[in-house]
Write a protein that binds this ligand. Structure first.
Ligand code: FAD
Length: 505
């Protein structure tokens, strides 16, 4: 086995290496007036842009960035991120999880035990609210907030939904047990409180109503627009049958569950962050989120509901603008969470199977440009006095662009209306860089029993290819600090890990 480790000389060249690793293309952040999701303007001077953005946040000074993180934690995190980056290891893990082996209780215990002590520990905040408390405090002590995500999704029936709701209610009730303001959001996936089969039926009917406004939906509540002219409607090729009585009653129950959670969140004075899922059910998710937003706001008038927009979708910017403008006209207090989107392969597969154009941007550069344009739009809205946004991204370039734009606009960095978010266990460089620059930053903390969190962990593993651009930044910075401060102690350990990784490529 060859053993190679990264030499100090190479480590000093890291800043330029990071810039190459970071796949975000330069994008025109101010070009938001038109619905322009085209590739970035190549005429823009990237050096001027990068210089001003680099001044907004510093992600290169590892000593400063990780000053509040213990060395033991850095080493542990670094090892896990190295393992996740080895594709053969991720493929092997996926194979084991999908194999017949998992039918054996003993094998299952061993596999889940191993996952729990490694990936789960790294990416999740704990099995229950007690364990989460420690993680929230640790984050808060290092200047970061917490988005509490009881990792439930895809309920099968009403009983399942009711059980899930209890967990969300308890999570909202737990907010006051944590240091004041340390919990920035309660997270909800609508599929945990409304079965996906019903969300699909509702989405089909909403799409058909958009195509044919003579269709009357008797169950429809006051809401905001969930489509724009550019929204694809291919999921619904035929006029769907109306909801049956039972379906209407189930939809009503889902509304009631969401209402109960909204009331709990108002009592706990914490906003509710609603995740986006896949496009076959997203119209119903948006419909439920927006109808809750038209009814509820926090007691201080700030938005209670933050709905998520996925910038990898070609219609996302137009939908964001239509919903935002409509909320303003109706006096609805509403926040948005902006993400790129995590259901890339299933969206593309579905579109290919229906022989239609994928709803996702053709190139990653277009997704980057769309994300940055949507972020710029929201920052300008905030500057003009309305709106709240959570910029949920690990992309360093997007973080820098948004921070720099916020500073140019003179936005208050500590305002509730502008927050950044990264997943727990990922992109710590960006989180701490933004925090050090004075912005509000939270980590998205999934928690719950290991079996329940598996879909989330599998999404993180699947995302690994894309993560090479940003998590490698963390991996290298972590190694940088650890290897300098503790070289004598850990040199042999690092050498063997590096050797294994370099050999596997
Ligand atoms: C706090 C937080 C909350 C989140 N909530 C949600 C949520 O509710 N719903 C959801 O779907 N996701 C959610 N995500 C995940 C998110 O959508 C991304 O999967 C993840 O954050 C990576 O995107 P990024 O902005 O960090 O950018 P990067 O690290 O630059 O990653 C870019 C990724 O975009 C993908 N991609 C997008 N468009 C294209 C394209 N056209 N061609 C090729 N690849 C493309 C690539 O796979 C790549 O992995 C959340 C993320 C965070 C940090």
């Amino acid at each position: 086995m060859t053993t190679r480790s990264v030499r100090p000389k190479l480590l000093h060249t890291l800043p330029s290496f990071f810039r190459r690793l970071n796949s975000a293309a330069p994008s025109s952040i101010s070009a938001v007036a038109a619905f322009d999701t085209a590739a970035p303007d190549p005429k823009q001077d990237p050096i001027t842009r990068t210089d001003s953005c680099d001044r907004a946040i510093n992600v290169d000074d590892s000593d400063k960035i990780f000053s509040t993180v213990s060395t033991t934690k850095l080493i542990r995190s670094s090892m896990i991120l190295h393992m996740v980056a080895v594709e053969s290891m991720v493929d092997f893990g996926m194979w084991v999880l999908n194999s017949k082996l998992m039918g054996s209780p003993l094998a299952k215990r061993i596999v889940f035990g191993a996952i729990e002590r490694s990936f789960y520990d790294h990416f999740c905040a704990g099995k229950d609210l007690m364990e989460v408390g420690g993680t929230v405090k640790e984050l808060w002590d290092s200047g970061l907030g917490a988005m509490l995500d009881y990792g439930l999704e895809h309920a099968t029936d009403n009983e399942d939904c009711d059980r899930n709701l209890e967990h969300f209610i308890r999570t909202a009730e737990s907010v006051n047990m944590h240091p004041s303001s340390s919990v920035s959001f309660i997270v909800l996936k609508i599929t945990a409180i409304c079965p996906p089969s019903l969300l699909k039926r509702v989405s089909d009917l909403l799409r058909w109503e958009y195509k044919d406004n003579s269709l009357h939906l008797p169950w429809k509540l006051k809401t905001l627009p969930v489509f724009a002219d550019s929204s694809p409607l291919y999921h619904t090729p035929r006029r769907p049958a109306p909801l049956t009585r039972e379906e209407e009653s189930d939809l009503n129950s889902a509304h009631e569950r969401l209402t109960k959670l909204c009331i709990k969140c108002i009592e706990a004075n914490v906003p509710l962050l609603i995740d986006a899922e896949d496009t076959s059910i997203q119209p119903a998710i948006d419909y439920l989120s927006y109808s809750a937003a038209t009814e509820y706001r926090k007691n201080d008038g700030d938005p209670l509901i933050f709905n998520t927009v996925q910038a990898y979708l070609r219609d996302s910017k137009e939908r964001l603008i239509v919903a935002k403008r409509s909320a303003d006209e109706m006096g609805v207090s509403l926040g948005f969470k902006l993400v790129r989107g995590a259901y890339l392969s299933s969206e593309r597969q579905l579109a290919a199977s229906l022989e239609v154009r994928s709803p996702i941007h053709d190139t990653i550069q277009q997704t980057h440009a769309c994300y940055n344009n949507c972020a710029a739009f929201m920052l300008e809205e905030i500057c003009n006095g309305s709106g709240s946004v959570v910029l949920a991204t690990h992309n360093v370039e997007s973080g820098k662009l948004a921070a720099s734009k916020a500073m140019d606009l003179g936005l208050d960095k500590d305002s509730h209306n502008l927050q950044f978010g990264q997943l727990y266990g990922m992109a710590d460089t960006l989180s701490f860089g933004l925090r050090n620059a004075g912005f509000r930053v939270s980590k998205y903390l999934p928690f719950g029993p290991v079996e329940q969190i598996m879909p989330y962990l599998l999404r993180r593993a699947e995302e690994n290819r894309g993560l090479l651009s940003t998590s490698s930044l963390d991996r290298l910075l972590m190694r940088y600090e650890s290897s300098f401060d503790h070289l004598s102690l850990f040199e042999s350990h690092w050498k063997s890990i590096n050797g294994m990784i370099l050999e596997s490529h």
